[in-house]
Design a binder for this molecule. Structure first.
Ligand code: PMP
Length: 376
């Protein structure tokens, strides 16, 4: 965690009136609060106390059946006993790193990727300098973080053809705007792919329920690691989700989330085109973020973030998504979730002002903060 960025984010979060574009948080208004509340109440009141009791390390069977069913519909031969319910997708990544000996060699990641995975890999293993010699590849297919893009068929085929182990993190995959959630990589290489999923983006992150589907030969090691880590994923959260899924029309829920996010990201893109004309982005295929870059060598992400915080907005600097936080190309991940739709234009206008101020200050005086060198 970068302390300077963290401090600025915390400052923005406690400043009233801030229109924040930072944070990978899903929209709270999409949480099915009433149904979750009822599910929680029912689960707690049940006389057996099952939802408040310890459970198995692999998780509740009914929930595992539901997860396996979703993956089967997408073309993967997954049985409920292949699924391990984890304490969020983050734990699925951590358990995989623990049991996969090839990870120890090194792990290849995309040039920009999910910071939580980078943190984990940097602590537990080494990031590959040359992906050709890595033991394992970590990818965020489906809807990438921060890009919002799927792997192209070519990227997918190249990845599969390396013969390496793959950790496929599908945290956002169900949030494709067009609803065409494709074949999981696991379906094409079940002996080499660790498939990671979560309810954090589609339902809510607070329950901390995710899952892992791994090649069969790793199952016992993973269950031992799971037991050692925290015995099991929270029983109450699993029980609540099981109850919720009986009442909630899941595909309708997803359709609503997708169209809400698609509309918001569209608005965000419109505002960026209007107020930040020199900035570039690729139109996301899903999720709720927009990754915006500039090749202006004068711009510094931390500098702009500092100005933005003063002007009442915030964003995630591109370096958070890169190994060793390398400040390569100036980039910002903008989230469409925490700003009212009608204020999105204003948020980007503030950001544009922050960019101009940062440019002006840099031209008029020497830099006060030394730039960190990019790692080779
Ligand atoms: N993977 C990716 C790509 C993510 O963006 C996130 C959350 N930001 C996670 C994993 C962690 O999700 P969870 O809340 O399920 O641990």
């Amino acid at each position: 965690v970068n302390t300077a960025i963290d401090n600025l984010h915390r400052l923005a979060a406690r400043t009233t009136g801030t229109l924040s574009l930072a944070g990978g948080l899903p929209m709270a208004s999409l949480f099915p609060r009433r149904l979750l509340g009822l599910a929680g109440l029912e689960a707690s009141l049940e006389t057996s106390g099952a939802a408040l009791q310890y459970g198995w390390p692999e998780g509740n069977e009914e929930l595992r059946r539901w997860i396996a069913g979703e993956l089967q519909r997408r073309g993967a031969a997954v049985a409920h006993d292949d699924v391990i319910v984890t304490t969020g997708a983050q734990q699925a990544l951590a358990l995989t790193v623990e049991v996969l000996p090839e990870v120890k060699r090194s792990i290849a990641v995309e040039p920009e990727t999910y910071p939580g995975a980078l943190d984990l890999f940097q602590r537990k293993t080494a990031l590959a300098n040359d992906p050709r010699y890595a033991g394992v590849s970590y990818v965020v297919p489906g809807v990438g973080n921060p890009s919002g893009l799927d792997l192209t068929p070519f990227e997918r085929d190249s990845l599969l053809s390396t013969g390496r182990f793959i950790i496929a993190d599908e945290a956002y995959a169900e949030l494709r705007f067009d609803g065409r959630v494709g074949r999981p990589l696991f379906a094409d290489a079940p002996t080499r792919v660790f498939h990671v999923g979560t309810f954090s983006k589609t339902l809510c992150p607070g329950l901390r329920i995710g899952w892992l589907v791994a090649p069969t030969r790793f199952r016992q090691a993973l269950l031992s690691a799971k037991r050692a880590a925290d015995l099991q994923a929270p029983t109450l959260g699993q029980d609540m989700i099981e109850r919720l899924l009986q009442r909630l029309d899941w595909s309708e829920h997803l359709a609503h989330a997708r169209s809400t996010y698609a509309r918001r990201v569209e608005r965000l893109m419109h505002a960026v085109r209007r107020h930040l004309p020199g900035f570039a982005f690729r139109e996301p295929e899903g999720g709720y973020n927009l990754f915006v870059t500039s090749d202006d060598p004068e711009l510094d992400e931390l500098d702009v973030l500092e100005q933005a915080t003063k002007l009442g907005t915030s964003f995630d600097p591109g370096r958070l998504f890169r190994r060793d936080e390398a400040p390569l190309v100036f980039a910002m991940r903008l989230s469409s979730c925490n700003v009212p739709e009608e204020s999105m234009d204003e948020a980007i206008r503030r950001l544009a002002r922050a960019v101009s101020m940062s440019r002006r200050e840099r031209r008029s005086g020497p830099r006060s903060r030394p730039t960190r060198a990019a790692t080779p």
